[in-house]
Design a protein around this ligand. Structure first.
Ligand SMILES: [Zn+2]
Length: 344
Protein backbone atom coordinates (compact mmCIF):
# COMPACT_ATOMS: atom_id res chain seq x y z
CA UNK A 1 0.00 0.00 0.00
CA UNK A 2 1.02 3.60 -0.48
CA UNK A 3 1.57 5.68 2.63
CA UNK A 4 -1.15 8.29 3.13
CA UNK A 5 -0.84 10.99 5.78
CA UNK A 6 -4.20 11.71 7.37
CA UNK A 7 -4.10 15.18 8.89
CA UNK A 8 -6.94 15.98 11.25
CA UNK A 9 -7.85 16.87 14.84
CA UNK A 10 -10.94 17.15 16.96
CA UNK A 11 -10.06 20.84 17.34
CA UNK A 12 -11.64 21.33 13.90
CA UNK A 13 -14.99 20.93 15.65
CA UNK A 14 -14.41 24.13 17.63
CA UNK A 15 -15.60 26.49 14.89
CA UNK A 16 -19.34 26.98 15.33
CA UNK A 17 -21.24 28.69 12.52
CA UNK A 18 -24.62 28.70 14.21
CA UNK A 19 -27.47 26.42 15.17
CA UNK A 20 -28.75 24.34 12.23
CA UNK A 21 -25.93 25.57 10.01
CA UNK A 22 -25.00 22.83 7.48
CA UNK A 23 -21.24 23.39 7.96
CA UNK A 24 -21.35 21.96 11.47
CA UNK A 25 -18.88 20.43 13.95
CA UNK A 26 -20.52 17.02 13.52
CA UNK A 27 -18.97 16.83 10.06
CA UNK A 28 -15.48 16.50 11.46
CA UNK A 29 -16.59 14.33 14.39
CA UNK A 30 -18.19 11.84 11.98
CA UNK A 31 -15.07 11.84 9.80
CA UNK A 32 -12.74 11.17 12.74
CA UNK A 33 -15.02 8.39 13.96
CA UNK A 34 -14.83 6.86 10.47
CA UNK A 35 -11.02 7.01 10.35
CA UNK A 36 -10.75 5.45 13.80
CA UNK A 37 -12.60 2.38 12.62
CA UNK A 38 -10.95 2.26 9.20
CA UNK A 39 -8.15 -0.25 9.11
CA UNK A 40 -6.05 0.63 6.12
CA UNK A 41 -2.39 -0.22 5.93
CA UNK A 42 -0.13 2.76 5.41
CA UNK A 43 -2.49 5.32 6.93
CA UNK A 44 -0.40 7.63 9.11
CA UNK A 45 -2.10 10.06 11.47
CA UNK A 46 -0.63 13.55 11.74
CA UNK A 47 -1.79 16.45 13.86
CA UNK A 48 -2.06 19.74 11.99
CA UNK A 49 0.02 22.77 12.78
CA UNK A 50 -1.37 26.28 12.72
CA UNK A 51 -0.54 28.38 9.69
CA UNK A 52 1.39 31.55 10.44
CA UNK A 53 -0.04 34.97 9.65
CA UNK A 54 2.70 35.31 7.06
CA UNK A 55 1.53 32.10 5.35
CA UNK A 56 -2.11 33.24 5.37
CA UNK A 57 -0.98 36.54 3.85
CA UNK A 58 0.28 34.66 0.79
CA UNK A 59 -3.38 34.80 -0.31
CA UNK A 60 -5.16 37.25 2.01
CA UNK A 61 -4.89 40.96 2.79
CA UNK A 62 -3.37 41.79 6.20
CA UNK A 63 -6.35 44.00 7.10
CA UNK A 64 -8.74 41.14 6.39
CA UNK A 65 -6.65 38.67 8.43
CA UNK A 66 -6.71 41.14 11.33
CA UNK A 67 -10.47 41.45 10.97
CA UNK A 68 -10.95 37.67 11.22
CA UNK A 69 -8.58 37.66 14.21
CA UNK A 70 -10.75 40.23 15.97
CA UNK A 71 -13.75 37.86 15.90
CA UNK A 72 -12.07 36.03 18.81
CA UNK A 73 -13.65 38.68 21.02
CA UNK A 74 -17.22 37.88 19.97
CA UNK A 75 -19.54 34.95 20.59
CA UNK A 76 -20.80 35.49 17.08
CA UNK A 77 -19.74 37.63 14.14
CA UNK A 78 -21.62 37.59 10.83
CA UNK A 79 -19.52 38.05 7.69
CA UNK A 80 -22.46 37.43 5.37
CA UNK A 81 -25.82 35.62 5.61
CA UNK A 82 -24.04 32.22 5.33
CA UNK A 83 -20.73 32.82 7.02
CA UNK A 84 -20.58 33.25 10.78
CA UNK A 85 -17.64 33.19 13.16
CA UNK A 86 -17.57 32.14 16.80
CA UNK A 87 -14.81 32.78 19.38
CA UNK A 88 -12.77 29.81 18.20
CA UNK A 89 -13.27 30.29 14.46
CA UNK A 90 -10.10 32.29 13.81
CA UNK A 91 -7.87 29.72 15.50
CA UNK A 92 -9.71 26.85 13.80
CA UNK A 93 -9.31 28.54 10.42
CA UNK A 94 -5.58 29.00 11.07
CA UNK A 95 -5.42 25.31 11.95
CA UNK A 96 -7.33 24.38 8.76
CA UNK A 97 -4.90 26.29 6.53
CA UNK A 98 -2.03 24.83 8.55
CA UNK A 99 -3.50 21.35 8.20
CA UNK A 100 -3.19 21.47 4.42
CA UNK A 101 0.37 22.77 4.82
CA UNK A 102 1.12 19.91 7.24
CA UNK A 103 -0.17 17.47 4.61
CA UNK A 104 1.94 19.09 1.88
CA UNK A 105 5.02 19.00 4.11
CA UNK A 106 4.49 15.29 4.89
CA UNK A 107 4.49 14.52 1.16
CA UNK A 108 7.44 16.79 0.33
CA UNK A 109 9.48 15.40 3.21
CA UNK A 110 8.79 11.83 2.15
CA UNK A 111 6.93 10.93 5.35
CA UNK A 112 4.01 9.94 3.10
CA UNK A 113 3.33 9.27 -0.59
CA UNK A 114 0.17 11.37 -0.53
CA UNK A 115 -2.08 12.98 2.07
CA UNK A 116 -5.63 13.86 3.01
CA UNK A 117 -6.22 16.96 5.13
CA UNK A 118 -9.59 16.53 6.83
CA UNK A 119 -10.08 20.13 7.84
CA UNK A 120 -12.78 22.66 8.59
CA UNK A 121 -13.80 25.37 8.05
CA UNK A 122 -13.55 24.90 4.26
CA UNK A 123 -11.71 27.39 2.09
CA UNK A 124 -12.38 27.63 -1.63
CA UNK A 125 -14.91 30.49 -1.53
CA UNK A 126 -12.69 32.71 0.63
CA UNK A 127 -11.54 35.78 -1.31
CA UNK A 128 -8.36 37.79 -0.63
CA UNK A 129 -10.28 40.29 1.49
CA UNK A 130 -13.58 38.61 2.26
CA UNK A 131 -15.11 35.59 3.97
CA UNK A 132 -17.96 33.93 2.13
CA UNK A 133 -19.68 30.60 1.58
CA UNK A 134 -18.72 29.17 5.02
CA UNK A 135 -15.03 29.93 4.25
CA UNK A 136 -12.57 32.27 6.01
CA UNK A 137 -9.08 31.43 4.73
CA UNK A 138 -8.52 29.64 1.44
CA UNK A 139 -6.74 26.53 2.68
CA UNK A 140 -5.91 24.98 -0.69
CA UNK A 141 -4.97 28.29 -2.34
CA UNK A 142 -2.60 29.06 0.54
CA UNK A 143 -0.94 25.66 0.08
CA UNK A 144 -0.56 26.28 -3.67
CA UNK A 145 0.93 29.75 -3.12
CA UNK A 146 3.22 28.31 -0.42
CA UNK A 147 4.51 25.65 -2.84
CA UNK A 148 5.28 28.35 -5.41
CA UNK A 149 6.67 31.04 -3.09
CA UNK A 150 8.38 28.95 -0.39
CA UNK A 151 9.39 25.83 -2.27
CA UNK A 152 9.99 27.32 -5.70
CA UNK A 153 7.56 25.13 -7.64
CA UNK A 154 6.67 26.37 -11.11
CA UNK A 155 3.58 24.28 -11.77
CA UNK A 156 0.91 23.42 -9.19
CA UNK A 157 -2.42 21.97 -10.27
CA UNK A 158 -5.62 22.33 -8.26
CA UNK A 159 -8.47 19.95 -9.07
CA UNK A 160 -11.69 21.20 -7.44
CA UNK A 161 -14.49 18.66 -7.56
CA UNK A 162 -16.61 20.33 -4.86
CA UNK A 163 -20.09 20.89 -6.30
CA UNK A 164 -19.66 24.65 -5.96
CA UNK A 165 -17.31 26.77 -8.03
CA UNK A 166 -14.22 27.77 -6.06
CA UNK A 167 -14.50 31.45 -6.85
CA UNK A 168 -11.91 32.40 -4.22
CA UNK A 169 -9.27 30.04 -5.57
CA UNK A 170 -9.97 31.14 -9.12
CA UNK A 171 -9.58 34.80 -8.20
CA UNK A 172 -6.27 34.26 -6.41
CA UNK A 173 -4.58 32.66 -9.41
CA UNK A 174 -6.52 34.21 -12.28
CA UNK A 175 -3.41 35.84 -13.75
CA UNK A 176 -0.95 33.16 -12.70
CA UNK A 177 0.49 30.52 -15.07
CA UNK A 178 2.06 28.75 -12.08
CA UNK A 179 -1.21 27.46 -10.68
CA UNK A 180 -3.59 25.62 -12.98
CA UNK A 181 -7.08 25.71 -11.48
CA UNK A 182 -9.63 23.20 -12.81
CA UNK A 183 -13.15 23.10 -11.39
CA UNK A 184 -16.15 20.88 -12.04
CA UNK A 185 -19.31 22.34 -10.52
CA UNK A 186 -23.07 22.53 -10.75
CA UNK A 187 -24.02 25.57 -12.82
CA UNK A 188 -25.87 27.80 -12.51
CA UNK A 189 -25.57 27.49 -8.75
CA UNK A 190 -23.89 29.19 -5.78
CA UNK A 191 -21.71 31.32 -5.97
CA UNK A 192 -22.68 32.16 -9.56
CA UNK A 193 -19.21 32.25 -11.10
CA UNK A 194 -17.43 29.50 -13.02
CA UNK A 195 -18.73 29.90 -16.57
CA UNK A 196 -16.88 28.36 -19.52
CA UNK A 197 -15.69 31.80 -20.49
CA UNK A 198 -13.71 32.41 -17.31
CA UNK A 199 -10.34 31.11 -18.48
CA UNK A 200 -7.80 33.31 -16.70
CA UNK A 201 -6.23 36.57 -17.86
CA UNK A 202 -2.85 38.00 -18.81
CA UNK A 203 -0.06 35.50 -18.24
CA UNK A 204 -2.66 33.23 -16.61
CA UNK A 205 -4.91 33.00 -19.67
CA UNK A 206 -5.74 29.33 -20.19
CA UNK A 207 -4.71 28.38 -16.65
CA UNK A 208 -8.23 28.65 -15.23
CA UNK A 209 -10.50 25.92 -16.51
CA UNK A 210 -14.16 25.72 -15.61
CA UNK A 211 -16.42 22.81 -16.40
CA UNK A 212 -19.90 24.06 -15.45
CA UNK A 213 -22.44 21.26 -15.47
CA UNK A 214 -26.22 21.12 -15.12
CA UNK A 215 -27.94 19.41 -12.21
CA UNK A 216 -28.31 15.61 -12.20
CA UNK A 217 -24.89 14.78 -13.59
CA UNK A 218 -23.40 11.68 -11.97
CA UNK A 219 -20.43 9.35 -12.09
CA UNK A 220 -20.49 8.73 -15.86
CA UNK A 221 -20.51 12.41 -16.70
CA UNK A 222 -17.87 13.38 -14.15
CA UNK A 223 -15.55 10.59 -15.26
CA UNK A 224 -15.97 11.54 -18.90
CA UNK A 225 -14.87 15.06 -18.02
CA UNK A 226 -11.83 13.67 -16.20
CA UNK A 227 -10.89 11.25 -18.99
CA UNK A 228 -11.52 13.51 -21.97
CA UNK A 229 -10.46 16.85 -20.57
CA UNK A 230 -8.91 17.16 -17.11
CA UNK A 231 -6.30 14.41 -17.51
CA UNK A 232 -5.23 15.49 -21.03
CA UNK A 233 -4.81 19.10 -19.88
CA UNK A 234 -3.01 17.94 -16.75
CA UNK A 235 -0.57 15.86 -18.78
CA UNK A 236 0.25 18.91 -20.89
CA UNK A 237 0.74 21.05 -17.80
CA UNK A 238 2.97 18.47 -16.07
CA UNK A 239 2.24 19.56 -12.49
CA UNK A 240 4.95 19.27 -9.87
CA UNK A 241 2.27 18.88 -7.19
CA UNK A 242 -1.48 18.15 -7.34
CA UNK A 243 -3.90 19.59 -4.80
CA UNK A 244 -7.54 18.52 -4.63
CA UNK A 245 -10.34 20.67 -3.27
CA UNK A 246 -12.24 17.58 -2.22
CA UNK A 247 -15.81 18.55 -1.56
CA UNK A 248 -18.30 15.74 -1.21
CA UNK A 249 -21.39 17.86 -1.88
CA UNK A 250 -21.78 16.56 -5.45
CA UNK A 251 -22.91 13.30 -3.80
CA UNK A 252 -26.51 12.37 -4.66
CA UNK A 253 -27.55 12.58 -0.99
CA UNK A 254 -26.21 16.09 -0.39
CA UNK A 255 -28.88 18.60 0.68
CA UNK A 256 -27.19 21.70 -0.80
CA UNK A 257 -26.93 20.62 -4.44
CA UNK A 258 -28.49 18.36 -7.04
CA UNK A 259 -25.70 16.22 -8.49
CA UNK A 260 -25.68 12.40 -8.45
CA UNK A 261 -22.11 11.30 -7.75
CA UNK A 262 -21.75 8.09 -5.71
CA UNK A 263 -18.97 6.74 -3.48
CA UNK A 264 -17.68 4.81 -6.51
CA UNK A 265 -17.52 8.06 -8.45
CA UNK A 266 -15.39 9.77 -5.82
CA UNK A 267 -13.11 6.75 -5.70
CA UNK A 268 -12.75 6.86 -9.49
CA UNK A 269 -12.05 10.60 -9.53
CA UNK A 270 -9.39 10.06 -6.85
CA UNK A 271 -7.90 7.22 -8.92
CA UNK A 272 -7.60 9.44 -11.97
CA UNK A 273 -6.11 12.34 -10.03
CA UNK A 274 -3.65 9.98 -8.36
CA UNK A 275 -2.68 8.52 -11.73
CA UNK A 276 -2.02 11.99 -13.11
CA UNK A 277 0.16 12.78 -10.10
CA UNK A 278 1.98 9.47 -10.53
CA UNK A 279 2.69 10.25 -14.18
CA UNK A 280 3.85 13.82 -13.60
CA UNK A 281 5.25 14.23 -10.07
CA UNK A 282 5.96 10.90 -8.37
CA UNK A 283 2.43 10.83 -7.03
CA UNK A 284 2.66 14.02 -4.98
CA UNK A 285 -0.98 14.71 -4.20
CA UNK A 286 -2.84 16.24 -1.28
CA UNK A 287 -6.61 16.21 -0.96
CA UNK A 288 -8.25 18.74 1.35
CA UNK A 289 -11.82 18.59 2.58
CA UNK A 290 -14.11 21.37 1.34
CA UNK A 291 -17.91 20.85 1.41
CA UNK A 292 -20.16 17.84 1.95
CA UNK A 293 -23.20 18.20 4.17
CA UNK A 294 -24.86 14.80 4.41
CA UNK A 295 -22.91 12.98 7.12
CA UNK A 296 -23.44 9.50 5.72
CA UNK A 297 -22.45 10.55 2.20
CA UNK A 298 -19.48 12.49 3.56
CA UNK A 299 -18.11 9.64 5.63
CA UNK A 300 -18.62 6.93 3.00
CA UNK A 301 -17.16 9.05 0.20
CA UNK A 302 -14.12 10.10 2.22
CA UNK A 303 -13.55 6.45 3.18
CA UNK A 304 -13.63 5.50 -0.52
CA UNK A 305 -11.12 8.23 -1.40
CA UNK A 306 -8.81 7.33 1.50
CA UNK A 307 -8.90 3.69 0.45
CA UNK A 308 -8.12 4.59 -3.15
CA UNK A 309 -5.20 6.80 -2.15
CA UNK A 310 -3.51 3.75 -0.66
CA UNK A 311 -3.55 1.71 -3.87
CA UNK A 312 -0.66 1.77 -6.28
CA UNK A 313 -1.38 3.94 -9.29
CA UNK A 314 -0.35 1.48 -11.97
CA UNK A 315 -3.65 -0.36 -11.77
CA UNK A 316 -5.54 0.06 -15.05
CA UNK A 317 -8.26 2.69 -15.14
CA UNK A 318 -11.47 1.59 -16.74
CA UNK A 319 -12.54 4.29 -19.16
CA UNK A 320 -15.72 6.05 -18.23
CA UNK A 321 -18.90 4.84 -19.78
CA UNK A 322 -20.44 7.01 -22.44
CA UNK A 323 -22.03 9.94 -20.66
CA UNK A 324 -23.46 11.50 -23.80
CA UNK A 325 -25.07 14.46 -22.06
CA UNK A 326 -21.67 15.75 -21.10
CA UNK A 327 -20.13 15.82 -24.56
CA UNK A 328 -21.36 19.27 -25.62
CA UNK A 329 -19.86 20.69 -22.42
CA UNK A 330 -16.52 19.00 -22.95
CA UNK A 331 -16.51 20.20 -26.55
CA UNK A 332 -17.26 23.78 -25.54
CA UNK A 333 -14.58 23.68 -22.85
CA UNK A 334 -12.17 22.35 -25.49
CA UNK A 335 -13.07 25.23 -27.77
CA UNK A 336 -12.45 27.80 -25.05
CA UNK A 337 -9.18 26.56 -23.56
CA UNK A 338 -8.04 23.71 -25.83
CA UNK A 339 -5.94 26.11 -27.90
CA UNK A 340 -3.80 26.83 -24.85
CA UNK A 341 -3.10 23.13 -24.39
CA UNK A 342 -2.73 21.91 -27.97
CA UNK A 343 -5.83 19.81 -27.65
CA UNK A 344 -7.44 19.37 -31.02
ZN1 LIG B 1 -19.35 23.06 -1.88
Amino acid sequence: MLKTALVTTRDYARHFAGRSHPERPERIEAMIEMTETMHRDGLIHHLPREATTEEISLCHDPAYIAMVARTRAFDRFDFDPDTHASRDSYRTAMLAAGGVLTAVEAVLDGAADNAFAMVRPPGHHALPDRAMGFCFFNNVAIAAAWLVKHRGLKRVMIVDWDVHHGNGTQEMFYESPEVLYVSTHQYPHYPGSGSLHEIGAGAGEGYTINVPMPADFGDDEYLRVFDDFILPVGRRFQPEFVLVSAGFDCHWRDPLAQMRVTEDGFEAMARRTKKLAAECCEGKMVAALEGGYDLEALVNSARAVLGEMGRYADEPIHAAREGSAVMPIVERAFRNVGRFWNLA
